[in-house]
Design a protein around this ligand. Structure first.
Ligand SMILES: *Cc1c(COP(=O)(O)O)cnc(C)c1O
Length: 340
């Protein structure tokens, strides 16, 4: 009985954060599971899908759809840039047979935040296509209003901005998505959202949930409600800016253009001659700080600093100080250090 109460309370609060009056389900999975759920619950083999990708997580979304038999066209942007809305419009105009558009809200591999509201304006407002969103590192950190903007499915995961351990994924599902579900013939079992809906009506999950993470989620949602979602967005905006300004003051270059820079993760280029693996190892062993490197083609070339959830400006200042101390050992004299 205690779990039932918690599941119902948590589900209502999740809807507030997603900005939807539609459905939101809790899955025991990582974020990729929720991406797969978005695909298999709405599409059929052979459906034409446009995947607007700006990095490796965008590519992953297209890959999932392709593996389940969708006919995927990739619309890629140069590394570090966001989705070009004019090109998206052009692609949708050029071929009217697309059933859905897949897009990443916040591309964690390059630190790029897409202008999802404008993207949704084109996909939904101008072309009326199904819109599936990877919001894994954005929901509850960056502004997103699923219903107002017209996002049919939005996927996210507990270990990103939700301040939680990994183990749960959350997914919103619109009426339009349910219509697509009724026609969809992709194979699905564990992620069939019809089961989650049926069981939620009796206050249960269809399969064994990660109960421990649910308790944490219940607390996190209370904290989010106490802080207020707009204050939380403002705090992320502040810390994103604080991180970028601090890095630039050290003479480092941010990967994306300022306008497309994410407020949940910052990717920064390594200065010429500095190996990111050596820097990451030194930050960890000498300062107890964990930052991430680049993925795939960005391996060795960038580091990524996370500042979502409860990260504080004091913690980011520690990272900046550690960079100022460590970079000279690796052959780069930071601007701030030169000033003294
Ligand atoms: C982390 C992340 C994923 C993958 O999530 P997992 O929980 O590792 O499966 C996908 N997309 C984005 C944008 C992410 O940040």
């Amino acid at each position: 009985p205690e779990y039932k109460e918690m599941l119902l309370r948590v589900t209502e609060r999740l809807k507030d954060v997603f900005g939807t009056a539609g459905d939101v389900f809790v899955l025991t999975a990582s974020g990729t599971g929720a991406m797969e759920a978005a695909v298999v619950n709405t599409l059929s083999p052979g459906d034409k899908v446009l995947c607007a990708s700006v990095g490796s997580f965008g590519d992953r979304f297209g890959e999932i759809a392709a593996i389940f038999g969708a006919d995927v066209t990739m619309l890629t942007s140069p590394q570090g840039s966001s989705v070009n809305v004019d090109e998206l419009r052009k692609a949708l105009k050029a071929n009217s047979s697309y059933k859905a558009v897949l897009v990443t809200h916040n591309e964690t591999s390059t630190g790029v935040a897409n202008d999802l509201e404008s993207i949704a304006g084109v996909v939904k407002g101008e072309f009326d296509k199904l819109l599936l969103v990877d919001g894994i590192s954005s929901v509850c950190s960056l502004p997103l209003r699923a219903d107002d903007w017209g996002c049919d499915v939005v996927a996210t995961a507990s270990q990103k901005g939700w301040m939680l351990p990994p183990g749960l994924a959350f997914i919103s599902f619109s009426d339009r998505a349910w219509k697509a579900h009724a026609e969809s013939t992709m194979p699905r079992f564990y992620f069939d959202l019809a089961q989650y809906k049926k069981y939620l009506e009796i206050g249960q999950p269809p399969y064994t949930p990660a109960v421990s993470v649910m308790f944490a989620l219940d607390r996190a949602l209370q904290q989010i409600a106490d802080e207020g979602i707009d204050a939380l967005y403002e705090r992320h905006k502040y810390i994103g800016n604080f991180t970028r300004e601090g890095l630039k003051a050290l003479g480092l270059e941010i990967v994306p253009d300022e306008a497309a820079a994410s407020n949940t993760v910052t990717a920064v280029w390594m200065p010429a001659g500095v190996d990111s693996a050596a820097l990451i190892a030194a930050l960890q062993s000498e300062h107890g700080i964990v930052v991430a490197g680049g993925q795939e083609s960005l391996k060795g070339k960038i580091i990524r600093i996370g500042h979502m959830g409860r990260t504080t400006t004091d913690e980011i200042q520690n990272v900046l100080d550690a960079l100022a101390a460590t970079l000279p050992q690796l052959g780069f004299v930071p601007a701030g250090a030169a000033v003294g």
